[in-house]
Design a protein around this ligand. Structure first.
Ligand SMILES: [Zn+2]
Length: 107
């Protein structure tokens, strides 16, 4: 069985994608000093890390087959090799690693 490719959705005010929704607040772990991590779902602009020009991520049905652009704004959830290969993803993973270490040290 083929695995689903989960792309990384990069929150970016200049991004070509505008997600639906009005910014529903969701609980997130505290991420002090990381303003890029927002406690909101939907209603944001961004881009798919490996396809920065892509503006349409809505599901499409072609010849009876529905194709989705599965994505997460959490780089740790993404499994797309091309998204994860971007310097931005590597930098974010490094930063998140530092946050985890800091949180453990703070206990
Ligand atoms: Zn990707």
């Amino acid at each position: 069985m083929e695995k689903i490719t989960l792309h990384w959705f990069v929150t970016d005010p200049e991004g070509p994608i505008a997600t639906h929704g009005g910014g529903m607040p969701v609980p997130l772990p505290k991420m002090a000093g990381h303003p890029g991590m927002r406690g909101f779902i939907g209603g944001v602009r961004g881009r798919i890390a490996c396809q920065p020009q892509r503006s349409d991520i809505n599901p499409k049905t072609v010849n009876g087959v529905t194709v989705v652009c599965a994505h997460s704004d959490d780089v740790r959830a993404a499994n797309c090799p091309r998204c994860l290969a971007t310097p931005e993803a590597k930098a974010m993973l490094e930063r998140l690693g530092e946050v985890t270490v800091t949180a453990q040290e703070a206990r």
